[in-house]
Structure formats: structure tokens, C-alpha cells
Ligand binder design. Sequence first.
Ligand code: TA6
Length: 302
Amino acid sequence: MLQTLSELNNLFSHGEQMRFVAHPSGWPVLRVDTAQATAELHLYGGHLTHFQPRGQAPVLWLSDQSLYQSGKAVRGGIPLIWPWFGPHPTRQALPQHGFARTSWWHMAETALLPDGRAHALLQLRDSEISQTWWPHPFLLELAITVGEALEVALTMTHLGHEAVTISAALHTYLAVGDISKVRVRGLEGTRFVDKTTGGRERAASQPLAIQQEVDRVYVATTADCVVEDAALGRAIRVGKTGSRSTVVWNPWQAKARAMADFPDDGYRTMLCVETTAAPPYDTLTLPPQASHRLSTTITVEP
Ligand code: TA6
């Protein structure tokens, strides 16, 4: 049963700093508005769609053509990819990137922390419908902490009786001023699977410049990535835990045009730097009752 706006505010609001409002789509969204930052978090998909430290431009890119329709993922922000990254390993008919980002999550807890940061905890449990896609009981917990930096942590607990293999991602869409003036540092010398050339593996010695479609799974890396955005005169650091692969994606012109929920020129002002446990090498095998925590911390640096 979906939690209504008044129930949500009775249980989880904190004055004007954390309160639920109706998004234009009618969906309930938690609006954070503190001295340190603003943010917006949907119950739909557990989807963080906005994060903006005071005095900064928005840090997350969000399409203004998102459909906000059940069954479709919101385009932008930080989609939660679980329990498979990319196409389902064996059942092609199932939606790409799993079902967490198109499920209704439940609010579990909110708090204004002593240091002024805002904290929210959401949960997703298995259901009759999820059992048709993923025949295992599970608990997902999403912990969001909003301050001058943003921390997003997805804890997955496998409640079944035999081990399962999972892939997952925090599919972060970063906002940049001009993609042609961006450099990504932190992945130099790291081997990657290039999905634009049929999965060829190679490494690059220089910081990454984006001058065409980029869809790369960097492997065996726990490094921070720093996205240097000359146009906005800032850098965005993406730190991570529980992840040994990083995906960098920009659809570029043709793919941007082909997506109905993505503006044709949207590729110029976004870059995905994703904290992943992604195939082919970084999938998770969870024994019964085991948990895994995947987290990303996003910080703006001058
Ligand atoms: O993370 C990169 C990627 O796997 C790309 O191949 C592209 O499919 C992107 O995710 C977006 O996928 P979506 O299902 O959200 O359109």
C-alpha cells in the first residue's frame, strides 16, 4: 500500500528542511532544503533526482523529458540498478538494469543529524511481482545522506536458501557545463571493456576526454574518479565502496536522439560515472543471509 503525502509528512517530515511534496507527476517526493544543500528523493525507484550544495549549480543531471510513468525509469539523477546490470543474463524479455528503479520503495526513517546533514532510509522487499522476475526473497535498504557532500548507500541482503549471483550499480548522471571541456581523472592505466567496440578490452594512459559515444566498464578499480568541468570551473569527485568496477557512459548524439526521454542535445551537459558491481568481472555472489553494501560519495571541489 503506497504511503500518502499526509502519512509521510506526519511520520517523516522535519519542518521545512525535510518534507514530502507532490511532484508534478503526482508522485510523492521528499524535498530536502537545509543550510548545506537541497535534494529531491522519489519513493518511486528510490530515485534521487536532485542534489545541489548551497552556492553550487546542480550536481546531478536530470532530463526534462523524463516520462514519470510506472514501469519506466526516471532519466537522470541516480537510478538504482539491481539485481542485474544491463540485460538479464538469461531472460532477454526482462527489463534492462533490473527492477529496483521501477519499484515503489517504502520510507523507513528520516533524521536531521547534529552536523546539519539530512538522512533518509528507504526499503524495498521482495513481492509477488518481484518473484516473477527474481525468484528470491531479499531486502534492499537505501541510505541517503545530504550535506555539502552526498552519500548514497545501497545495502542488499539475500534472504534465500541458496547462493545467488547479483550485479548492481548506482547509475549516477553528473551535470557538466560542456562535455567537450571535461576530463575524467582516476582511471588512467585501468583496463576497460569498451561496449562501443563489441567489448574489446584496452587501457588508456591519459585522462579521459569525451568526444564520441563512451560506454566503458573499467575493471578491477576501487579508485575515486574526478570529473574536471572547465566550463563550470569545478570538479566533481566520485568516491565509492563495495565496488570494483566503474562505468563511464555518454550516449553522444545518435543515441541521445534515439531516446524519447533524453533531449537531443542532453549529451552535451551530462556524464554518467557509475559505481558498479558489473559484469563481466565484478559480479557479486551472495550466500544465504549475506549482505553487500555499495556506496558512492559525491563531492564538489573548486
Ligand atoms: O550504464 C551504461 C548503460 O548500460 C548503457 O549501455 C545504456 O544502456 C545506459 O546504461 C542507460 O540504460 P537505460 O536502460 O537507463 O536507458
